[in-house]
Design a protein around this ligand. Sequence first.
Ligand code: ATP
Ligand code: MG
Length: 326
Amino acid sequence: MLKKRILSGMRPTGKLHIGHYVGALENWVNLQDQYNNFHLIADYHALTTNPDTTNIYEDSIDMLIDWLAAGLDPKKSPMFRQSQIKQHTELNLIFGMLITVNRLERNPTLKDQVRDLHIDNIIFGHLGYPVLQAADILLYKGDAVPVGEDQVPHIEISREIARRFNNQYGNVFPEPEPMLTKFARLPGLDGNAKMSKSLGNTILLSDDPETVKAKMKKAVTDPKKIRKGDPGNPEICLVFSYHKKFNAGEVSEIDAGCRTGALGCLDCKMKCASKISDLIEPIRDKRKYYEKNLDEVKDILADGEKRGREEAVQTMSEVHDKMKLG
Ligand code: ATP
Ligand code: MG
């Protein structure tokens, strides 16, 4: 039977954090045997919130290294840059004709970004983020898109665009479904609902154990629990939410210790820091290998771009046929 396809990407905004990992990357790695995966370095999408391209190549390579270190296998999962496969921009233009400005202005992810990043005037490309994303997904006929929760409204827009294209011109595209993990929105160390590079509230996959400890020390907790002995409420504690993901085996013990007050916040944070370091340590080690073998990383990218392009050319020829263009 033909395997279903996964398409998912990330913007190259530097080294990845554990939110990217638990919300998306871990899922990509787990699904790569069951599906045909395609993974996109969304370098054009990075321009929606930062026009500076000085480090875009280095940032893309840095992110690719994190993907490889986390276990993506380049033989199974081609990885490529959006900017190197021109068909993304062509399909973006066509899809821009199939959705209204009004619909795009109602996108809740855009509203969150405008609030969090204090954006006064929205650029055209930012409004069109989900249109380019629909092109990214549908160019590879993605059936499923493993992403964090913030991306779900975008996938809905991709579905609408796919439907509209198929109705107008004939069937080319599947209607992609989002695939969420249990931790589809990991909160940040400052208590913001989303861990995010731009909010500076992250633990990076490349952080060493000392850095993880230092960052955890600053994490917000139940404000009513001030010293050891004070009873706390794990339900509202950020660190407890991390324990649920990274220290699942000890959750009930930590819950009890927090409620009685026997477990102090610092001890609780250090237990959590050590579990997070256990998870990311093998990724950090593999990262070091790729950092020393950059030629191998560049070859992986070149091969991914070749394979991605073949798919993109094929889909665009179907699009042109159906649209009677050419
Ligand atoms: P940042 O603001 O840190 O750069 P981002 O949201 O801009 O993050 P993208 O490249 O747009 O990152 O998204 C990469 C993927 O990671 C998406 O699937 C997104 O849903 C997921 N993701 C990002 N942050 C989190 C998080 N805190 N929890 C769960 N998933 C996340
Ligand atoms: Mg990003």
